[in-house]
Ligand binder design. Structure first.
Ligand SMILES: [Ca+2]
Ligand SMILES: [Ca+2]
Length: 487
């Protein structure tokens, strides 16, 4: 994934007093195609293209470089990609191929055939969410071995699958041209802007466990205008939110993310620029003019301690959908608390269920296997509580539009799909949550008005749109003094 944040003007330099003025916009860097596309096949509905970024690389013998495999799905919603990349093994050594962020699930790990010059990886979407749009499918690193021009291209057996489509939806691929000079390229320092200084990148914790929060902290001694962070996988969800902190006179960019479930070694690159193109855009420049740092991190295998024994899994599985009041389009992943009850007894409580949204803002859970305390039967109810929301009791498998009292949910062995979207979770119980929306929540929201800091967004951005404003007040007003938490 590659994102750049534009238009920030860091000024007032004399005493290194930095004022942040203006808005921050998020844009996906587009891949510039310079090669004539290779036609693979033509079909009516398929619309997906693959390319490499950068499309041209100038390097020297023994130098290493990185290529991102970029996808543009067009109208397709893709669920899997089987990628083959061919290269000339006499000129290039492929050192790694790993998952990007667009299709986060590694179905078949990256393999490299150095004899025949083929690297491959097979990736899938999260089961509940095929992906549409543009993004980074995979990241490759190469070492240049011998001089000359060569191509890195997609193998003809590369395939992309999409829902509602049969067969390969790939319509074209674009190779990358690599020019290897006979000498090592001189250090890139001379091409840096005169004030471009090295960037530091700190990853904490350096060896997170699966599902653990990880923070990337990047800083440079001078203001950077365009910044972006690229993760070579291992992250669940997008690195879409960053926060800026000034520490010891230096501006720090910090990203919080959650590690995925796959243990392994991953890398992340942060880079920034001291200038923009004058139009608020990051200039499409060669790699030489970026101030950047790359670090690796390791996700360890399963947690070592098991503090509380969990009941053995049962036979009932559920997948549920909810909406959050005021959210009508795709926003960042959220987590909710889930309780499964019958009569007055709570049979199972799951403190964190991660939900992902579709384009209509409908959030869906993964398929959850409930504990053996929940057996096939009827009269269940479910309690769902959002991160800034009142808890809601759901009594019907689907079609509920208002509060209820008597549980009437039937759960069978196997998969149960529960649709709670008719009754959006009411927002306003800001953290620390106390089960009621009252003046304390209102004061906390007002104190964050017009704010975009990560602390305020986490606390009071009720519609997850990246700012605390009157829209969030409206959502709280829908709830305040009129609704109490269901139990
Ligand atoms: Ca409250
Ligand atoms: Ca908001």
């Amino acid at each position: 994934m590659k994102i750049s944040w534009k238009k920030f003007f860091l000024a007032m330099g004399i005493l290194s007093l930095l004022a942040l003025v203006g808005a921050i916009f998020m844009t996906t860097l587009q891949v510039k195609k310079v090669e004539k596309p290779q036609e693979i096949r033509t079909k009516a509905a398929p619309a997906t293209t693959l390319s490499f970024s950068p499309s041209t690389v100038m390097t020297g013998i023994n130098e290493t470089f990185t290529l991102e495999i970029r996808v543009d799905t067009g109208e397709n919603k893709i669920s899997a990609a089987e990628i083959y990349v061919s290269f000339d093994p006499t000129k290039l050594e492929c050192q790694q191929i790993s998952a990007g962020t667009f299709l986060p699930v590694v179905l078949i790990s990256g393999t490299i055939d150095s004899t025949n010059g083929i690297a491959s990886i097979t990736l899938g979407s999260s089961p509940t969410e095929p992906k549409q749009g543009t993004g980074t499918l995979a990241i490759m690193s190469f070492k240049a071995l011998n001089s000359g021009d060569t191509n890195v291209s997609f193998g003809l057996n590369t395939q992309v699958a999409a829902i509602e489509e049969t067969g390969n939806v790939l319509t074209e691929t674009t190779p990358s041209t690599i020019s290897i000079s006979s000498q090592q390229t001189p250090t890139i320092t001379p091409t840096l802007p005169p004030d471009c200084q090295p960037v530091s990148l700190i990853i904490s914790p350096p060896t997170p466990q699966p599902g653990e929060k990880i923070t990337f902290d990047a800083y440079s001694s001078q203001p950077l205008v365009c910044v972006e962070i690229t993760s070579a996988g291992g992250i669940s969800g997008n690195l879409t939110n960053f926060r800026i902190e000034e520490v010891g006179g230096k501006i720090h960019w910090k990203w919080d993310a959650t590690t995925g479930s796959q243990p392994g070694n991953y890398s992340v690159t942060f880079r920034g620029n001291t200038i923009d193109s004058g139009s608020g855009e990051c200039p499409n420049r060669g790699s030489g003019s970026w101030c950047q740092a790359t670090k690796t991190y390791t996700i360890t295998s399963a947690p070592t301690s098991t503090p509380t024994p969990t009941p053995p899994p049962g036979k009932v599985k559920i997948k549920f959908k909810v909406k959050f009041d005021g959210v009508y389009e795709k926003k960042a992943d959220q987590k909710v608390q889930l309780k499964v009850g019958k009569d007055k007894t709570i049979l199972q409580e799951i403190s964190e269920v991660f939900l992902t949204a579709n384009n209509q803002g409908i959030y869906e859970s993964p398929l959850l296997t409930l504990s053996s305390a929940v057996i096939s039967g009827s009269n269940y109810h479910l309690l769902v509580k959002g991160p800034k929301h009142l808890q809601v009791r759901f009594c019907q498998n689907s079609g509920q539009y208002r509060p209820c009292t008597k549980g009437n949910i039937t759960l069978n062995n196997g998969e149960n799909i529960l649709d709670f979207t008719g009754y959006p979770l009411p927002g306003g119980d800001l953290p620390p949550q106390d089960g009621v929306v009252n003046a304390l929540d209102a004061v906390a929201l007002v104190s964050c008005l017009s704010q975009t800091s990560s602390a305020c967004l986490a606390k009071a951005d009720l519609n997850f749109d990246g700012i605390v404003n009157t829209m969030d007040i409206n959502i709280m007003n829908n709830t305040i003094y009129t609704r109490w938490e269901d139990e």
